[in-house]
Design a protein around this ligand. Structure first.
Ligand SMILES: C[S@@+](CC[C@H](N)C(=O)[O-])C[C@H]1O[C@@H](n2cnc3c(N)ncnc32)[C@H](O)[C@@H]1O
Length: 247
């Protein structure tokens, strides 16, 4: 049987956005435990580090795009001053439902508000948040530049953007081992343990066309972010890009 490409699947579902939304809707319940398992717990460390780069001040409000089950929003609250608030936006209601249950359990429902919303068309006025962040979201956008343009619009002058994403680790040996794990073993875990073959095969495929860290930096600068730099923890498995909106 001929294999259907990801592009053809997007077309069948009416585009990448509805495809991604349905996909995350199906795995929302297993998303957190599968994340911990497939990253060997490193995902928590990566989010905590990204949250420190955003570092919101007392009473400030941040925006988490593709907030999913709210883990990055929670990390930002833990890394920031008192009275900080987060708005977490996501196109997949099932992911946000899991997040709401978690926030209620942690008593954080008054500090983090979760709403359905699209990162490429953010339903917020210009300069309305003090900082913006995302974790493992940008790879899923239809138009990455449009996402960064929207982030720039809603962040106040002087505010920051922080983007945490899976990346392309450099080096033949380590890079090769990573690709073996990411393209072969991780989907196998997803299929056997999560019982979600298509969903956990989308994961590596979504990285194939995703730009490397220097190219992503360039894309952020092209749409107007200043002082863009990136960090590559865990030997470049992930990249954390940080930019500032000029005053
Ligand atoms: C891999 S999950 C990451 C969730 C969370 N940020 C985390 O750190 O675990 C990607 C999330 O991005 C959301 N997403 C994808 N495209 C989006 C868009 N255009 N606008 C908002 N959210 C989007 C998906 O619904 C999904 O919840």
């Amino acid at each position: 049987m001929a294999r259907i490409s990801l592009e053809e699947k997007f077309k069948e579902t009416g585009g990448k956005r509805p495809y991604v939304q349905r996909l995350f809707g199906r795995i929302a319940r297993i998303y957190d435990p599968m994340n911990r398992l497939m990253s060997f717990g490193l995902d928590r460390y990566w989010r905590a580090r990204a949250a420190r780069y955003l570092a919101l001040g007392t009473g400030e409000t941040g925006l988490d795009l593709g907030a999913g089950t709210a883990d990055l929003s929670i990390a930002v609250i833990h890394a920031s001053g008192p009275g900080t608030h987060m708005i977490g936006m996501d196109i997949t209601p099932e992911m946000l439902d899991q997040g709401r249950t978690k926030l209620a359990r942690m008593g954080l429902q008054d500090r983090i508000e979760l709403r359905v919303g699209d990162a490429e068309h953010i339903d917020l006025p210009e300069n309305s948040v003090d900082g913006c962040c995302s974790a493992f979201t940008v790879r899923n956008l239809t138009d990455i530049r449009q996402g960064f343009r929207e982030m720039l619009r809603v962040v106040r002058p002087g505010g920051r953007v922080v983007c945490l994403e899976i990346s392309h680790p450099p080096g033949k040996i380590f890079g090769g081992l990573f690709y073996l794990y990411f393209y072969k073993l991780a989907p196998l875990f997803g299929t056997l343990i999560g019982k979600a073959f298509e969903e956990y095969n989308y994961l590596p495929n979504s990285l194939t066309t995703f730009p490397d860290a220097p190219t992503l930096k360039m894309m952020m600068e092209e749409v107007g972010w200043s002082d863009v730099r990136f960090y590559q923890p865990s030997r470049g498995i992930v990249a954390i890009h940080v930019g500032t909106k000029a005053e």
